[in-house]
Design a protein around this ligand. Structure first.
Ligand code: ZN
Ligand code: ZN
Length: 198
C-alpha cells in the first residue's frame, strides 16, 4: 500500500493534498479518493483530520453503524502522488522519473520487455505537455525508445523533503509505479513498487 496514514490530530488546514482516502477497519467503509475541497465545504476546516474522517464515515449513503457508539475507527490516508500530482509538482520537487518498457507481446507472441531504464527529463516533459499535465496520464503519452511500443511504466522517485506537520516520520525515498493509461489504465490497478536503488 502506498497510502500514508495522516496522524489524526493533524489540523485539516495543514493537509494540503487535494484528495484523501477515508477507511474504517471496523465497518469496512472505504472511500479511496475524496476531494478535500468538497469535504471542507461540507464539514468546515476547523477540525482535525481524525475528526473529519469520523464525520465522513458517519455520513453518506452507508454511514458507519458504529458512529453513534464512538467505536468507528475511521482514519484518513494520503493517496500517493501519482494519483493527484501534476508535472509542476515533479519539477519543483526534483522528482526522478524512470521509464521502463512494458511490452509483453510482439507479433502475437509473448516477449520480454526491453530491459533498459530511461530517466526522463522532467523539464522537457513540462515544456512539451504543460506544467499542469497530470502524472497519471503521462505513460499514455510516452513510448519505449527501443521497441517504440506504447506500453510503458514510470517509477517516480520522490526525494525526502522538509517534513510537513502531518508527514509521517519515515519520509523515505519512495519509487512509485505508473501503469499505462487509456484502456489499460481502466483494467489495471495502479500500484507502488519497492526498491529503486539500482
Ligand atoms: Zn466505521
Ligand atoms: Zn520496449
Amino acid at each position: 500500500m502506498s497510502y500514508r496514514l495522516i496522524p489524526p490530530q493533524t489540523p485539516v488546514s495543514a493537509y494540503t493534498t487535494p484528495i484523501v482516502q477515508v477507511e474504517c477497519h471496523r465497518c469496512r467503509r472505504n472511500a479511496p479518493s475524496l476531494e478535500m475541497d468538497k469535504l471542507t465545504k461540507r464539514f468546515g476546516r476547523n477540525l482535525t483530520v481524525g475528526q473529519l474522517a469520523l464525520q465522513v464515515a458517519g455520513s453518506g449513503r452507508r454511514p458507519c453503524g458504529l458512529a453513534d457508539s464512538g467505536q468507528c475507527s475511521a482514519m484518513a490516508y494520503e493517496p500517493p502522488p501519482w494519483m493527484w500530482a501534476k508535472i509542476r509538482d515533479a519539477l519543483e520537487g526534483n522528482w526522478l522519473a524512470r521509464m521502463k518498457c512494458e511490452r509483453h507481446m510482439a507479433a502475437m507472441r509473448r516477449t520480454s520487455p526491453c530491459p533498459e531504464v530511461t530517466v526522463l527529463d522532467v523539464l522537457t516533459l513540462a515544456i512539451a505537455l504543460g506544467h499542469d499535465f497530470p502524472l497519471s496520464r503521462l505513460p499514455g503519452r510516452l513510448r519505449c525508445p527501443k521497441c517504440w511500443g506504447s506500453l510503458v511504466n514510470i517509477d517516480w522517485v520522490v526525494p525526502p523533503t522538509t517534513p510537513e506537520p502531518y508527514a509521517p516520520a519515515a519520509a523515505d525515498v519512495t519509487p512509485l509505479r505508473l501503469k499505462p493509461t487509456g484502456a489499460n489504465l481502466a483494467r489495471k490497478r495502479l500500484k507502488v513498487v519497492n526498491g529503486g536503488n539500482e
